[in-house]
Design a binder for this molecule. Structure first.
Ligand code: SAM
Length: 314
């Protein structure tokens, strides 16, 4: 596990999907005054230099965030995410990319809390310095140098009984699929009303497919979005797409994703195999206007389409 550095992938198409959804969930939680916790089981370094050694070397941001910067008419989910990224780049040049801890801190009110887990010694150092740089009060944001799957258990339920749990392992270790599923099952036993957001890679691994199907069988309200940007490579290497599975999603998220996914597919497509899916459980989200009436399972699958666009960095 110690070889993975998220800086290499910062701002790529998978980060775009994950972070646009995370920012939407945070925004939704902020609509109520009641305090909440954000628990990030796999935090990474927090903030990334896009012109730095790692991200600059991989160039993955060119086919991710960069494509969004000049694209016309972003839907609200994307526009909100871009505003959050731009807040970290006040000079207008997108050179700093906020990871999940930075995006969470950006959204939290003084009475909300952030709990971060990270195991990589270098990432922990950078994360600590990121929190200092962002002026996070120690009482509000804390880093635990421990396994996020194990540590999550003792934080649930959060004292405020409102919370977002982001589970975002690198899946370099194929056991991460099993651990993620178990963490959600255990988490729901302790905190049934919690919002759990699980990111996973679309890779040619049976474990990825099985984990997604097992999550869909959970007897809870869920929403499942995937975004594929290109044909899987013949050698099975690289990331051709990713998925986000959200348990107890904000009831507004489905409509926002319905508008955003076709747009993201078009802008991020690398070949004619680009596509997206959006599925939900049949149960309406508590608090939604639809909660009072039964709703059929929704499946929005868009046909594959081609889109070419010259990448640019501002
Ligand atoms: N959530 C971050 C974001 O969106 O900006 C990215 C996280 S990155 C995909 C996964 C991170 O998990 C890596 O920094 C890795 O060092 C860390 N990690 C790996 N195994 C872990 C574990 N068992 N517990 C906590 N962190 C772990």
């Amino acid at each position: 596990m110690f070889s993975y550095r998220h800086a290499f992938h910062a701002g790529n198409h998978a980060d775009v999907l994950k972070h646009a959804i995370l920012v939407q969930i945070l925004d939704y939680f902020n609509r109520k005054d009641t305090p909440y916790w954000v628990i990030d089981t796999h935090a990474g370094a927090g903030l990334y230099a896009l012109d730095g050694e790692w991200a600059g070397q991989s160039g993955e941001v060119v086919d991710g965030l960069d494509r969004l910067l000049d694209a016309p008419q972003p839907p609200e989910l994307v526009a909100r995410y871009l505003r959050a990224v731009q807040d970290f780049n006040p000079d207008g040049v997108a050179n700093r990319y906020p990871g999940s801890p930075a995006l969470a801190l950006h959204a939290l009110r003084p009475h909300d809390k952030l709990r971060l887990f990270e195991l990589h010694p270098t990432e922990i150092e950078v994360l600590e310095s990121t929190l200092r740089q962002l002026g996070a009060p120690r009482r509000q944001a804390a880093i635990a140098r421990e396994d996020g799957f194990g540590g999550l258990k003792r934080l649930l339920p959060p004292p405020t009984r409102r919370g977002i749990v982001l589970i975002d392992p690198s899946y370099e270790d194929k056991q991460d699929y099993r651990h993620t599923l178990q963490a959600v099952r255990d988490g729901l036993e302790r905190f049934a009303s919690g919002c759990f957001a699980i990111w996973y890679p679309l890779v040619q691994r049976v474990q990825a497919h099985e984990m997604a199907r097992a999550l869909e069988r959970l007897p809870v309200e869920w929403l499942h979005a995937t975004l594929t940007v290109r044909k899987p490579s013949a050698d099975g290497l690289g990331l051709h797409g990713s998925g986000m599975f959200i348990v107890n999603p904000p009831w507004t998220l489905h409509e926002e994703l319905r508008a955003a996914l076709p747009w993201l597919e078009k802008i991020l497509a690398q070949d004619e195999h680009a596509r997206h899916t959006l599925e939900t459980s049949a149960r309406p989200a508590a608090g939604s206007p639809a909660a009072a009436r039964p709703r059929p399972q929704s499946q929005d699958r868009a046909p594959a389409r081609a889109q070419k666009r010259s990448p640019s960095r501002k």
